[in-house]
Design a protein around this ligand. Structure first.
Ligand code: DAH
Length: 352
């Protein structure tokens, strides 16, 4: 603003005030830098409004009062705009840095244990209580531990490509173990009786995947070797297990069967937990559900693992973990266990 252009009558002054007023209204103050520029431009000691006041003395005396009032109003308007913008800018920059400790936190999703893992742990605990330890063996097995030492004859169909995944390992042909009975052999080879152990683990079979069959699943093997172990000991151990896992009312029955590594052998059924033995489509209206295979360890197996069958006898059993989980949780499709669909897994939260 230069003094030459100013007209020092009230009309000229009013025009100038109006002009500055419009200018102020248009100023957009969106950050602290713009705010400071605004302060210097209008409110500073060399600013436009101060400049106007400087010219007041030039205004005629009778018009001074009105001109002063108009200028004061303009200054107030600029000051108000400055103050308000400062407050909003300060509070929004504070918001960015401020952490509101009183705000409720986001919900943390707690994971769930896999149902097979829950059942596996429960089986281990039940057998631990009656003195069984846990032993493990490799999933890639040789023929000896998976078949030969367990008394499988060379022409047994389980050795067939259709049932077993064979793999080359160097010179040696190996297999993905088809059952956890292989761990029995390793335990008997490595330790002296008395032996009381269970072996949980994953097993593999060359099967097409469906609701009822899978190419991998889980088993728990049991082995008890001592002097004078009888079939009655086996039956009592399995009855104890059935009651612990399915409840006090559970009953078992043993049906004669055949396995190369046990003699005599049996399959064990538990009274149907779903219909209380009244008959339903799960137990196929028999009131019984098959849960495991068992028997007295064949003397050939004891001898193959270096245990004197004239001094020692023992029993063994093997069960599918998926089968037990199916009966406990009423899951009717084996594929659900390995698909890892969180909607399925979340349902087992209670077991954490
Ligand atoms: N290994 C058998 C299977 O995979 C299960 C089994 C049956 C294990 C009888 C045993 C047994 O120890 O005595 O089907």
């Amino acid at each position: 603003m230069s003094c030459e252009t100013l007209q020092f009558n009230i009309f000229g002054m009013k025009g100038k005030i109006k002009e500055i007023e419009e200018e102020i209204k248009k100023e957009g103050l969106s950050n602290l830098k713009e705010l400071e520029d605004f302060r210097i431009k209008y409110l500073g000691s060399k600013g436009k409004i101060k400049g106007l006041f400087g010219w007041l003395k030039e205004v005629k005396n009778e018009e001074k009062k009105e001109a002063g009032q108009l200028m004061n109003a303009l200054r107030k308007m600029a000051q108000d705009k400055f103050d308000m913008s400062k407050e909003t800018l300060n509070s929004s920059s504070e918001d960015e840095n401020k952490i509101d400790l009183s705000r409720p936190s986001d919900q943390i999703e707690i994971g769930a244990r896999h149902p097979l893992s829950l059942v596996r742990s429960e089986i281990i605990e039940i057998f631990n209580r009656v003195g069984f330890t846990v032993s493990e063996g490799p999933e890639i097995e040789d023929d000896w531990h998976n078949f030969s030492a367990l008394n499988f004859p060379p022409e047994h169909p389980a050795r067939d490509m259709q049932d077993t995944f064979f793999i080359e390992k160097g010179e040696k042909e190996m297999a993905l173990r088809t059952h956890t009975s292989s761990v029995q052999v390793r335990v008997m080879e490595g330790q002296k009786p008395p032996l009381r152990t269970i072996s949980p683990g994953r097993v593999y079979r060359n099967e097409a995947i469906s609701a009822r069959a899978h190419c991998f699943f889980h088993q728990v093997e049991g082995l008890y070797i001592d002097k004078d172990v009888s079939f009655a000991d086996l039956k009592q151990t399995l009855l104890y297990f059935a009651k612990e896992i399915f409840g006090e009312k559970a009953k078992i029955r043993l049906r004669p069967s055949y396995f190369p590594f046990t003699e005599p052998s049996a399959e064990v059924d538990v009274s149907c937990t779903i219909c209380n033995s009244k008959g339903c489509n799960v137990c196929k209206y028999t009131g019984w559900l098959e849960i495991l295979g068992c028997g007295m360890v064949d003397p050939n197996v004891l001898e193959a693992s270096g245990i004197d069958s004239k001094i020692y006898s023992g029993f063994a059993f093997g069960m599918g973990v998926e089968r037990i989980a199916q009966l406990k949780y009423k899951v009717n499709d084996l594929r659900l266990y390995s698909e890892n669909d969180v909607r399925f897994l979340k349902q087992f939260k209670a077991g954490i």
